[in-house]
Write a protein that binds this ligand. Structure first.
Ligand code: NAP
Length: 284
């Protein structure tokens, strides 16, 4: 029986996950298809029921359903409870187990550049779903202080409790006139860009939340946006002298962690990266 793994979101046509997940399944000769299921909100419940079928191994969940599916799964793990969002579902005999591999994706992407975050100051630009996973990842990495800068102040405040007792989380406006933002960025070892600014074909294509003059040598700038691979934020960071890391590494590493859960096999990372890059180049 050919098994299915679904990508549940809306829209999903632009996603490169099917390209690199299918390449990984094929490389390991696993008889399964990774399919993008475009799912408007009104169809979410029936799609979740379909995931319980014997031929379905599981699913990835993406925008805008990462929070909404929480009420439709059987078994969230502690990370899902903590982050408040699901990106991976595993079908175990008709029961839907949920986890969030974004945190692992962030940590494994950072491991590629070998940055030591123990006791570090970190700035997180944006306060959406992705930023929540970044705060949890920073806590796990042993960072001391995280400053969340967001356009909408109330949304940043919601992230403060995620730091728990270990990570001291502060907030400030994502406004270039803000002295608190300037001080936090100057002191940061790592700056993580989690807003949708700079995304190709998005409304703010070409924009960066902070300019080159605010960044410097000795800092790592990490953009979660992965299309284009060199985003305006990363271009600015590089001209300011900072080291850069693009969002493709996180995307592939979170996908690899999901793959391990669905198949029980070690994901072929090099194959996944190669297929992801080819899909990005093909989608220009
Ligand atoms: P989200 O929940 O919709 O949050 C979007 C964030 O962007 C909010 O903080 C929002 O601020 C901010 N923003 C949007 N437009 C803005 C503007 N014009 N000026 C200033 N801030 C603006 O989205 P998300 O799920 O966190 O995803 C955010 C980005 O991360 C997306 O580009 C997504 O593709 C990327 N991402 C990448 C990966 C990966 O694996 N590499 C994984 C997840 C997400 P307000 O609160 O003020 O609206």
């Amino acid at each position: 029986m050919t098994r299915t793994i679904a990508l549940v979101g809306h829209p999903v046509a632009h996603s490169i996950s099917p390209a690199f997940q299918q390449a990984a399944l094929d490389a390991l000769k696993i008889d399964a298809r990774y399919e993008a299921w475009d799912t408007p909100a009104a169809e979410l419940q029936s799609v979740m029921e379909r995931l319980r079928s014997r031929d379905v191994l599981g699913a990835n969940v993406t925008v805008p359903h990462k929070v909404a599916v929480m009420r439709l799964i059987d078994q969230p793990d502690s990370l899902v409870e903590f982050v408040g969002a699901v990106n991976t579902i595993v079908n175990r005999d008709g029961r839907l187990h949920a986890t969030n591999t974004d945190v692992t994706g962030i940590l494994n992407a950072l491991a590629e550049v070998e940055v030591d975050l123990a006791g570090a100051n970190v700035v997180i630009l944006g306060a959406g779903g992705a930023a929540r996973a970044v705060v949890v990842a920073m806590r796990r990495a042993g960072a001391a202080r995280g400053t969340v800068a967001n356009r909408t102040a109330g949304r940043a405040e919601e992230l403060v409790p995620l730091g728990g007792a270990d990570l001291d989380v502060w907030t400030c406006p994502l406004d270039l006139e803000s002295e608190r933002l300037r001080v936090a960025v100057t002191a940061a070892r790592l700056i993580v860009q989690t807003t949708s600014l700079g995304m190709r074909h998005g409304p703010d294509e070409g924009a960066t939340p902070i300019p080159a003059r605010m960044m410097r040598q000795g800092q790592l700038a990490f953009d979660l946006v992965y299309t284009p691979e060199r985003t305006p934020f990363l271009e600015a960071a590089a001209s300011g002298g900072a080291q850069t890391l693009g969002g493709l590494a996180m995307l592939v590493h979170q996908g690899a962690a999901s793959f391990r859960l669905w198949t029980g096999q070690e994901p072929p990372l090099a194959t996944m990266f190669e297929a992801a890059r080819a899909a990005l180049d093909g989608g220009r």
